[in-house]
Design a protein around this ligand. Sequence first.
Ligand SMILES: Nc1c(NC[C@H](O)[C@H](O)[C@H](O)CO)[nH]c(=O)[nH]c1=O
Ligand SMILES: CC(=O)[C@@H](O)COP(=O)(O)O
Length: 161
Amino acid sequence: MTTINGQLQGSGRHIAIVVARFNTAITSKLLAGAQDNLERHGVAAEDIDVLWVPGAFEIPTVAQQVATSGRYDGIITLGAVIRGETSHYDYVCNVVSNGVAAVGRQTGVPTMFGVLTTDTIEQALNRAGVKVGNKGADCAESVLDMIDVQRQFRELTATTK
Ligand SMILES: Nc1c(NC[C@H](O)[C@H](O)[C@H](O)CO)[nH]c(=O)[nH]c1=O
Ligand SMILES: CC(=O)[C@@H](O)COP(=O)(O)O
């Protein structure tokens, strides 16, 4: 939550999107879906910051820095990890999924996991707006939902019993 001296600042919906460049033909579609849906839900374009990282493996590092900056109310992480010939896929997926979950749990900043983990490029494209929805757009809905839940929780816990 963006606060100064404990005071809530702005619209309370300042969002950071951390997106991987690897498989950019897919991740750029995820990004467009997330940006479009955030703006459809009233988030100002100037309140959406996009940070590009080389690959999904680097997402948790930057997401952690973003979360601890105190500048953002929510974070969306986007990537496309597509299985190759070796076990590299498994290591990348484990690091990213566990890392992104840890950021949200440890900082309390809603951090959405929008990283596709697929066996084929077709499966990834289908989840980037081609056939079975857009994971980026889905994460936009989820991060705003989580921000609302946290606001509700603060209100509930602020009142004396
Ligand atoms: N194979 C994929 C990668 N690999 C790159 C790693 O994410 C990382 O950038 C590199 O190992 C340097 O640390 N990244 C993806 O996002 N998607 C892939 O399919
Ligand atoms: C997810 C990956 O790292 C994978 O695309 C790498 O491909 P490979 O296992 O053939 O080196």
